[in-house]
Write a protein that binds this ligand. Structure first.
Ligand code: G3P
Length: 225
């Protein structure tokens, strides 16, 4: 499963990249709004940092298929061919996905709350579909179950479309989908930082260092003992 960062804060993106093997970045219009910067300024900076080959998912704003296609052309022109254009999985969006697929532009069907949306986005040529796990949970349904159902539909129909699971509130949700073999998960920096919040891990590492320093002296390491 690929692991992406769901944020546009360049400092947070850099910090996460420093420690973890990350495959790319996703943004949405609300995330861009939080940055307070002009959209293409922040997006270009992210692209430059993650490199031309990394997965980058950037969303259209227009409400008509023709407008979405125009948005997509600009997004790919500014941010490169390896950019997946996120398109809401609504009727105008399905039409835009079909047009863009015929042009060789890769799309991600987003705002997915139901398996039917995912199925139609896949049929329309989307490379990814993005079910919103936590938002589905908050509606009183089971987001993980919806994502698994989408994965089953793709597998049993031989569809190449992959899941880009989004909207996570904890590491267990991410692991559950990793176990199920979904293609990608995009996760906020806060939740990524919580992956290893575990007192037992810190205590184990501290004890190893203390034992070694007891043997060799304070501050000594395998390089300096
Ligand atoms: O792009 C959709 C996804 O990022 C939503 O996440 O945390 O706003 O529900 P969240």
């Amino acid at each position: 499963m690929k692991l992406l960062i769901d944020d546009a804060d360049i400092a947070k993106i850099k910090e996460i990249y420093r420690y973890y093997p990350i495959d790319g970045v996703t943004t949405n219009p609300s995330i861009l709004a939080k940055s307070g910067r002009q959209p293409y300024d922040v997006l270009a900076e992210i692209r430059s940092f993650i490199g031309a080959e990394a997965d980058f998912h950037v969303q259209v704003i227009a409400r008509t298929a023709e407008g979405m296609v125009e948005d997509a052309h600009r997004i790919v022109k500014e941010l490169g061919q390896n950019t997946f254009v996120k398109i809401p999985s609504v009727p105008e969006g399905f039409r835009a996905m079909q047009i863009l697929t015929s042009e060789g532009i890769r799309t991600t069907g987003t705002a997915v709350y139901t398996p039917m949306q995912a199925y139609l986005a896949a049929k329309s040529g989307a490379s990814f579909v993005a079910p919103y796990i936590n938002r589905i949970d908050n509606m009183g349904f089971d987001g993980i179950h919806v994502a698994k159902e989408i994965q089953d539909i793709f597998r049993s129909n031989g569809m190449a479309t992959q899941i880009l699971a989004a909207s996570f509130k904890n590491s267990q949700q991410v692991l559950e989908l990793c176990r199920y073999g979904v293609g990608s998960a995009t996760v906020s920096p806060d939740v990524i930082n919580s992956f290893l919040k575990n007192a037992a891990i810190d205590a184990a590492v501290d004890a190893f260092v203390a034992d070694f320093e007891g043997l060799t002296g304070k501050g000594k390491t395998m390089a300096t003992c």
